[in-house]
Design a protein around this ligand. Structure first.
Ligand SMILES: C[S@@+](CC[C@H](N)C(=O)[O-])C[C@H]1O[C@@H](n2cnc3c(N)ncnc32)[C@H](O)[C@@H]1O
Length: 252
């Protein structure tokens, strides 16, 4: 099995998210000076750490199943002098209870639906219901969620679940959020540059491996195949069609 450099070497966030948009989301989450902030599916915790930097009185809790990502999040918290206010746990986010002044869930709503292997439509309603239960009235949620940015084509759905109904459009997602106990204060979606940067982060890992190993390395064919598959899935498939919505929500 080839080993790749950790994704956080090439990506700031494990989602299509620019610096400008991240700053906007952090501003929204911290405007009311929450005392507690939860990040479900936090990855290596970059957004939560930025929230804590912007809200010096807040305590943060990040959960993710990925133990390496959680170890990285903890290291970053120590390096940035935030470890007394940031707790990261490698645990299933479905087990998290209680309420938090602010919650962020970006690209992680599959936590509450069927597993990716089951190739079912994304269960937006289950995610919104679970997230609403973690917030008091007035609590703020940043909800980053997969959508169709354009009508899906067979080439776009093939490397995903193969279904046209896997995702919905931005307007339908806004309606769903409203019917699950949220006021929608902003709804936008990742742009092409954010997506290109995100996908390039994966491609960079393959490219670096190929630069650092001989062309006849026993794993080289497998790495070339993985790289080609990712290239085709994106450039000939879902580029410009798979989207990521960012909703700024307030619990009502
Ligand atoms: C697309 S990544 C998003 C990471 C992060 N929110 C970001 O934007 O950088 C989705 C994350 O959800 C995590 N995840 C999936 N199922 C989970 C579960 N049941 N409980 C906690 N985390 C989960 C994955 O390990 C992964 O790190």
């Amino acid at each position: 099995m080839p080993t790749f450099t950790p994704l956080h070497r090439d990506l700031t966030f494990l989602s299509p998210l620019s610096e400008a948009r991240a700053a906007r989301l952090v501003g929204f989450l911290t405007e009311d000076e929450p005392s507690t902030v939860l990040d479900v599916g936090c990855g290596w915790g970059e957004l939560l750490l930025r929230v804590l930097e912007a809200a010096p009185a807040a305590r943060g809790f990040g959960v993710d199943l990925d133990e390496d990502a959680i170890a990285g999040a903890h290291r970053h918290a120590v390096d940035r002098g935030l470890s007394d206010r940031a707790t990261f746990e490698a645990t299933d986010a479905r087990e998290v209870t209680g309420t938090y002044g602010a919650v962020t869930c970006i690209g992680s709503s599959q936590i509450w639906g069927p597993s990716v292997e089951e190739a079912q439509p994304l269960d937006y309603a289950a995610a919104l219901t679970a997230l609403r239960s973690l917030l008091p009235r007035g609590g703020r949620l940043v909800y980053g969620e997969g959508i169709w940015s354009a009508t899906p084509t067979p080439a776009a759905t093939a490397p995903l679940s193969g279904r046209d109904d896997e995702f919905i459009r931005l307007g339908a997602l806004v309606d769903l959020a409203k019917s699950h106990g949220f006021a929608v204060t902003a709804a936008h979606e990742a742009d092409q540059d954010e997506w290109d940067v995100f996908e390039s982060g994966f491609a960079a890992g393959y490219a670096r491996w190929l630069v650092e190993h001989d062309a006849d390395d026993p794993d080289a064919d497998e790495v070339r195949t993985l790289a080609a598959r990712q290239h085709t899935a994106y450039f000939e498939g879902y580029r410009g069609i798979l989207g990521l919505a960012y909703l700024q929500l307030v619990a009502v």
